[in-house]
Design a protein around this ligand. Sequence first.
Ligand SMILES: *[C@@H]1O[C@H](CO)[C@@H](O)[C@H](O)[C@H]1NC(C)=O
Ligand SMILES: *[C@@H]1O[C@H](CO)[C@@H](O)[C@H](O)[C@H]1NC(C)=O
Ligand SMILES: *[C@@H]1O[C@H](CO)[C@@H](O)[C@H](O)[C@H]1NC(C)=O
Ligand SMILES: *[C@@H]1O[C@H](CO)[C@@H](O)[C@H](O)[C@H]1NC(C)=O
Length: 408
Amino acid sequence: MSPLLALGLLLAGLCSVHCLPENVVVKDQHRRARVDDHTLTSSNTDFAFSLYKQLALKNPNKNVIFSPLSVSIALAFLSLGARGSTLTEILEGLKFNLTEIQETEIHQGFQHLLQALNRPSNQLQLSVGNAMFVRDQLKLLDKFIEDAHVLYSSEAFPTNFGDPEAAKSLINDYVKNKTQGKIEELFKVLSPRTVLVLVNYIYFKARWKIPFDPKHTEQAEFHVSKNETVEVPMMALGLETPYFRDEELGCTLVELTYTSNDSALFILPDEGKMQDLEAKLIPETLTRWRNSLKPSKIHELYLPKFSIKSNYELIDILSQLGIEKIFADADLSGITGTGDLVVTQVVHGAALDVDEEGTEGAAATGISIERTVLRTTVRFDRPFLIAVVLKDTQSIIFLGKVTNPSQA
Ligand SMILES: *[C@@H]1O[C@H](CO)[C@@H](O)[C@H](O)[C@H]1NC(C)=O
Ligand SMILES: *[C@@H]1O[C@H](CO)[C@@H](O)[C@H](O)[C@H]1NC(C)=O
Ligand SMILES: *[C@@H]1O[C@H](CO)[C@@H](O)[C@H](O)[C@H]1NC(C)=O
Ligand SMILES: *[C@@H]1O[C@H](CO)[C@@H](O)[C@H](O)[C@H]1NC(C)=O
């Protein structure tokens, strides 16, 4: 076996069924809204691959796992409060083409998506949600509160950030609870100057339609690199399932289906071909794969059982993807009506377990926002007066006018 697949895809792959909600749209808006759902899905996929490439680049030879959907939703949620070029940057960074889709359609798209993802199913545990933790004295605009609630189903919790340890526990415990204990410490630190934290969480648990038999799981070699081999529990199964041998990109694909009909796509590049394949990860490649996967008899499928986790701070990576104003020169005036808010952290945690029974995954994204310290600037760049005054006697010992500092 060569090095394992692009794991980041797993959670993206879950989109196959759930990112295209069928029945969530009402009456005559039907056709338009379906188009929007499709645009949303392709933008989210584009963003997923772009983010994957940055994370893989920053974490060479490490496992990569994240939920692109969680990051997309959290940033779209934040964009509710962004204005002007700060807003454009977030939406374009999320790969929306603003000549083709309007801001309100994007938010409606996410609203539909959240409704579709949270529809109860007895074949699948899936929950996706948003929350905001608000400093007691922070006065949010009614419009922001309403949009957060209606479009992003966000709960709001008053929070005393003056006690940062307690605030951190409140947020981390909330996320831990919503992710069934899988994301334990989303925020490692939180500044006492924080005024608002936005959170998205995702929890997913599904069973394979055709499970692996634990009796057939055996220790086997996994080739981390040409040089390095480790022993892993290797599951084994014979089954008929969608399969594609991609000669063009030099990789083999196997899709495993859950009882809910969602699926995980496993992509195995030929030896030494991981980087070439990563470079080709674009939405068109995924579409080509989807059209090429055909049910085939696989006599022996060997897949390691694994459990991986990650923790990322995304400021640098989002800046690479063109989302930078939020961190320095932000216009987040849609949140409070004032122009003094700035994003100070974007943290993401994810965990994914794959075993004989199925898959359990969780992820969360947290965005912390602070007030910028108002900077007072006075620039003496034109003629000015000077008086030197002795403190005790208030005597003026020098008085002058500077009209040209370069003259003697
Ligand atoms: C956005 O869409 C317009 C119209 O469909 C197209 O001409 C343009 O190239 C697109 N821009 C990007 C960056 O894809
Ligand atoms: C999450 O919170 C609910 C309600 O407070 C509680 O009933 C549940 O047991 C908690 N779950 C976990 C995994 O902590
Ligand atoms: C193999 O490992 C050795 C020492 O650990 C290292 O010097 C060498 O560059 C490695 N070769 C390859 C192809 O990675
Ligand atoms: C999954 O797909 C199969 C075949 O199309 C169908 O019979 C079954 O009802 C579907 N299951 C669910 C949970 O949607």
